[in-house]
Design a binder for this molecule. Sequence first.
Ligand code: AGP
Length: 606
Amino acid sequence: MCGIIGINSNKSVSATIINSLKKLEYRGYDSAGIATLSNGLINEVKSEGRVDNLEKNSIVQNMEGNIGIGHVRWATHGLPNSINAHPHSSQNVSVVHNGIIENSTLLKKFLLARGHKFKSQTDTEVIVHLITENLKTENIIDSIKKTLKALHGSFALGIIFKDQPDLIVGARRGSPLAVGYGPNENYLGSDSYALKSMTNKITYLNDGEFCIVKKNHVEFFNDDGVKINKKVLELSSEEEKYDKGEYKHFMAKEIEEQPLTIKNGIDEYIDTANNDINIYNIPWKRDEISSITLVGCGTAYHSCLMAKYWFEELTSLDVNVDIASEFRYKKNRFKKDNLYVFVSQSGETADTYAALDLCNKNNMKTCAVVNVIESSIARDSEFVLPIHCGIEIGVASTKAFLGQILILYILALKLGLLRGDLEKKEFSKKLSDLKNLPKLIEETLLIDNKIQNISYTFNEAKGSMFLGRGFSYPIALEGALKLKELSYIHAEGYPAGEMKHGPLALIEEGMPVVVLAPRDNYYKKTISNMQEVIARGAKVLLITNKSKDEIVSENIWETIEVESTNEDLLPFLLTIPLQKLAYYSALKKGFDIDKPRNLAKSVTVE
Ligand code: AGP
């Protein structure tokens, strides 16, 4: 989860590199660095923390050179400090890297024995010295080829050379890398988002490929060093001038955008004229799919757990859910009639991409539910269902979570209808209810001041629990994750019915506990579980939906009632207060809401 940029131009590149790095900070922001080639020398400057710190450096402000590379880091090997920041350079070579070199210890021993001196604790530095070593006997293409073959693990690389003043080398295995084409200059970048402000003409490298980027042309090679031709893609020209507007944080904006983004998703997929869902191009026949496996990480995993309830409700399909980092290593029983659905906002999450790659290697049916349609997961899936949420900058996912579960719900409805598991009449009713969802979300967003006050109690607590049954359980998990990643407070999502099997011991006087108890068929059971924690001193925040029936319980600390609607749609509404709870808790603590510590928006390493 680091960000890479390289620029080869007929004019000075340092300012453009710095600006590009700022766009890449969502991929990692614990340190940053830049290296350019000028007057036959490699000039390298690195700094801890944000790109702003790098930009303030007077050397950077006067940095010359028409060729350069830059990097923002999320630390994997070595502390997040300026020594371990990228680029890493020898006298002859400078490298920026995203990924993990798994045999770096062995390679370091080999290189130390040949007199190479190391400055950092990183795995990346072995690449610098290995290329330097190979350049002693090979030309540039063969030294690159030889170096890449010696590396085990994953990498996206940008490399400049003291003795090659007209080129940048890029290489990819397991971590995304793209080439961009500009006027009298060409680019290397981790993804299209980094390059979009400079060009909409992009080529993506595939695993094992490397390239030589010159200012007026680019050459591509396969892992044997044989020249290959690659397609130039034109990215969607709608350049989203995405900024915070009047909001304090991107996350605040993205929470409030949800009525619009959900409406966009509904408009994209609901065929009102035919009262149908316009997923007409499913590449498989009805009887070719008898089960589904949903795969994702973090919030995307919670989307999968949520979808399982809908698929089981609306179709006769068997449904499994896997965390991608587990799926990719466990003994999988691949079945021809199983559809593998990969859920990912960024479409670049390494674990999810590796799980997809495993399915592709076994010729499985694959579908991607993503927000970034030019992403690796989208490109390598047979079938793509975009969630149409627009760019999501806040590291803590909000609108993308609602977008993911919307598209998964729509897919479940469509498959239910196609398979005859869902009557057309019921299908139509659900579509009609769905069209009201944006308005209901809008009304639920108005619950704001109360949430803000409640959030302060969570800040004072050692930890909290989020409880739910049925489809409220995945929402409880998501609410707990939001609080953890934004306020750094321990919070645990748990099935309400499971508390008595151990975690009830955690409950102590004044502990805040969120209980999600919509008026569904679990309501009474969940209210009983709620009373069990109240009896042990918990301060319960009950989140339910409006109803004419009174809530039959005393000593509830606070109650939030979301709008009532078709039960299928309650998860969307229950999520909103939890997003706000986490947001206001972090706001009160003064934490960096859009870039929480230790995290990154796209986790492109395992
Ligand atoms: C969400 O709040 C988290 N930042 C994180 O769990 C995220 O959902 C996860 O890393 C998966 O990312 P993806 O959706 O881009 O694959």
